[in-house]
Design a protein around this ligand. Sequence first.
Ligand SMILES: Cc1ncc(COP(=O)(O)O)c(C=O)c1O
Length: 394
Amino acid sequence: MKFSTRAERIDPFYVMEVAKAAQQMAREVAGTREPMIFLNIGEPDFTAPPLVVEAAERTVRDGLTQYTNSLGLDALRERISGWYATRFGVDVPARRIVVTAGASAALQLACLALIDAGDEILMPDPSYPCNRHFVSAAEGKAVLIPTTAEERFQLSAAKVEAAWGPKTRGVLLASPSNPTGTSIAPEELRAIHEVVRAKGGLTVIDEIYLGLSYEEHFGHSALALGDDIISINSFSKYFNMTGWRLGWMVVPDAMVPVVERLAQNLFICASTVSQHAALACFEAESIAEYERRRAEFKARRDFFIPALNQLGLSVPVMPDGAFYAWADCTQVAHKLGVEGSWDFAFELMRRAHLAITPGRDFGTDQTARFVRFSTANSMAQLQEAAARLKALIG
Ligand SMILES: Cc1ncc(COP(=O)(O)O)c(C=O)c1O
């Protein structure tokens, strides 16, 4: 069978290969004293809180399961707008909010609306792999720019200016980032936006982890910088609803009808049941629960990252959000007699029954040195993981 060059261009998601091997290994060691611990998971270990579940049940029972408007339920767009006001102090009118099937659909819509064949989009290396594949699926070219720990593994205004070429259309940022959990410093983000605006380009920012921010200095939405910012968001992470497939994007007024046209054709609408259920995310009781969980994620970070550093798995920048740690495994891999993050991840799986994610998916620059640990697991599991790491390499 012949497949499109577009499809052939998309790299496999290596995370999945590691996850498959980890599942296989988990079955083998299930009955032992050291069952598998999964620190390779990119989703919260919490599920939707009670009010959201009840709202979903009610929606199905009441038969509210027809298609919605392609832009999303007006009531939900209003609630999201209200959340921007109360949580982030930014005025985002509901008319600029488009509800989508997760951030993934929002990113696809943004890429299809904005990118022409051959357009280049600047992105940091390392970054979430699907984002560059969305650019590629829209016939654009993701240009990965190597970043440093000093830059918090994010783009800088100077690098954007230097990398800007005749085909550059804009930047695609993520703050906080997957795999590093680090955000762009607010002053740097402002400077990047100024450079991009001066070039007549686009600033697209994936803020899917913004709700899971732990430092006041970083926890602000880029939307405060101006109405030309395109922000991607989701119910997957802070709202603990990964499988409900619900997200949203905030776009400039002029882009709303374009995205609406694409959404009508490509998706019709996001899941109606999920949209009705998500209204309950913004009830005081649900927000209180989400805030308790955010505090738990922070406590896990505060325990686990120092533990990694002590073991020589150095995390060069303390994550300020999300639930990831981007750790340099060079020294420790050497100790175990292996080279590179890919082999290190498999060695850890075999010898300590710990599943982690090697850097390979996230870019090319230093990804052979780095691995991603996820702290989206219970404190007890993280403590056990730290103890196993200590026994193996300590
Ligand atoms: C940075 C980033 N963007 C987007 C997504 C996709 O999320 P969603 O479940 O909302 O499609 C993820 C998922 O892990 C992510 O880490």
